[in-house]
Unconditional design. Structure first.
Length: 75
């Protein structure tokens, strides 16, 4: 899992070529979960210009992304 990179980025608009990186990490830094999966979590804020955001998840090794859960957190 040390070399298994996962990257999460956000585009302010789906048609945009620009994105900002939310995280870029390896699965060994994740939390072991059911059935051999790993859980990687983070908290981020959506900017004022990100009214129609697109979340991009990249997996750099053969593998399966089990799910992506995005939850609104009220401050």
């Amino acid at each position: 899992m040390v070399g298994h990179y996962v990257k999460l980025s956000l585009k302010s608009d789906p048609s945009s070529k620009e994105s900002r990186e939310i995280f870029n990490t390896t699965l060994d830094k994740g939390i072991p979960a059911e059935k051999g999966y790993y859980c990687v979590t983070t908290t981020f804020e959506v900017g004022e210009d990100e009214t129609d955001p697109l979340i991009v998840v990249e997996n750099y090794e053969p593998g399966y992304i089990g799910s992506v859960n995005i939850s609104k957190v009220n401050n």
